[in-house]
Design a protein around this ligand. Structure first.
Ligand SMILES: Cc1cc2nc3c(=O)[nH]c(=O)nc-3n(C[C@H](O)[C@H](O)[C@H](O)COP(=O)(O)OP(=O)(O)OC[C@H]3O[C@@H](n4cnc5c(N)ncnc54)[C@H](O)[C@@H]3O)c2cc1C
Ligand code: SF4
Length: 338
């Protein structure tokens, strides 16, 4: 057992003060990822700063017609919030595709963004891993890499980001609001997570002394034509091998605007403006969808065990875009038993 101190933050400035005063401290929200990492001795913070009592649990409309989501809103509350279900069903669908009801009850919105990779070697301290121990090597590149990335990889790391919610947030172009010693700033979701490059130990562009306070969704939710499809080894309680968030606006039988993001394939939700531009002005048919998939996957590279993901992603993109265009989104199992 590695000892650690526990402290409770009284408000956001106090949380920032506490984290800035101790570089080995970590915030704890739902604890559904951090506690596991501590049990495996992958992370060993000397101090946990409990942020669960901070007033960051509300969801409200913004003056520009968007939605402001506090960082401590539980994943379940977010998925079932009436405004999310009605205006941003893509977010609801992505969240309900993840984890289990119990986990979603505990997991927070902010924590979901910062959950760490599920690469097997990252959790196995007996093996080299550049993300866990910079400079030690990557066991996955020549090891068991079935669940690893096919896009945006580097020679140092081929891990994926495991979140479902973030894939929907990427497609909708959400903004992450953070606060730190220098004040508040807003980070577009596309710039929040990083590619591994030669610093795979750094997952995001959040500074170690900053706290996520909220997520903001823009007014456009694409509620009429959207779908989130998650392909995994089991129907529930499993991370994505490949997931697709698709959203579009159709006018006069043509695609006016399209959004397409992939999960389970890269160190961050994967989007490419060129793939979405290729859909604009086209009839929503299989030819257009296959072309968008070709563009989005153009730079994909498989490793010994995950080459199958390239073809799987191609078919998943076509299917998800078809569901979105037809207004027949993928129904998550949990919806049926609710
Ligand atoms: C068995 C299992 C299955 C799962 N399946 C899925 C799945 O299929 N899809 C999916 O998307 N997720 C899945 N998850 C992951 C789950 O969604 C995340 O663990 C959860 O969202 C993390 O939120 P949390 O509040 O518990 O974070 P914590 O564990 O409390 O924290 C995680 C990290 O975020 C930091 N942190 C938390 N809040 C803030 C904040 N506001 N500001 C700054 N730093 C912060 C913490 O310091 C820590 O580093 C699964 C988890 C488990 C255990
Ligand atoms: S892929 Fe990344 S997380 Fe996995 S072993 Fe290699 S360096 Fe570690």
């Amino acid at each position: 057992m590695i000892n650690f101190e526990y402290a409770r933050a009284s408000d956001v400035p106090d949380a920032i003060r506490q984290i800035a005063a101790d570089p080995t401290a970590k915030f704890i929200a739902g604890g559904t990822n951090l506690i596991d990492l501590m049990k495996y001795e992958v992370e060993s913070p000397t101090r946990l700063i409990d942020i669960t009592h901070l007033p960051l649990k509300t969801i409200g409309e913004t003056s520009n017609g968007g939605l402001h989501i506090g960082a401590l809103v539980p994943n379940s509350d977010l998925a079932y919030h009436p405004l999310i279900e009605k205006r941003y069903p893509l977010v609801s669908s992505a969240i309900l595709a993840g984890a289990s009801q119990q986990l979603r009850n505990m997991a927070s919105t902010g924590g979901n963004l910062l959950q760490r990779t599920r690469c097997f070697y990252f959790y196995d301290t007996a093996t080299p891993c550049n993300k866990r121990e910079p400079g030690s090597g990557c066991s996955a590149i020549n090891g068991i890499n079935r669940i690893n990335a096919i896009l945006g990889t580097s020679d140092a790391c081929i891990a994926t980001h495991p979140s479902d919610m973030c894939v929907a947030l990427a497609a909708l172009e959400a903004t992450v609001h953070v606060a730190g010693p220098a004040g508040e700033r807003a980070i577009p979701i596309a710039d929040f997570h990083r590619l591994p490059g030669d610093t795979p130990q750094i997952d995001t562009n959040l500074a170690p002394t900053e706290i996520i306070v909220a997520i903001e969704l823009p007014p456009k939710g694409f509620a009429a034509n959207y779908s989130y499809l998650k392909i995994r080894d089991r129907l529930s309680y499993a991370f994505a091998l490949v997931s697709v968030a698709a959203a579009m606006e159709i006018e006069g039988g043509r695609i006016k605007e399209a959004r397409l993001a992939l999960g389970g394939v890269a160190h961050k939700p994967w989007r490419k403006a060129e793939a979405e531009a290729a859909l604009r002005g086209e009839a929503p048919d299989r030819t257009a969808f296959a072309r968008a998939a070709d563009i989005l996957l153009r730079d994909a590279r498989g490793y010994a065990h995950n080459n199958f993901k390239i073809g799987l992603a191609h078919r998943a993109i076509e299917r998800t875009l078809t569901q979105a265009a037809n207004g027949t989104p993928q129904v998550q199992a949990i919806k049926k038993i609710r």
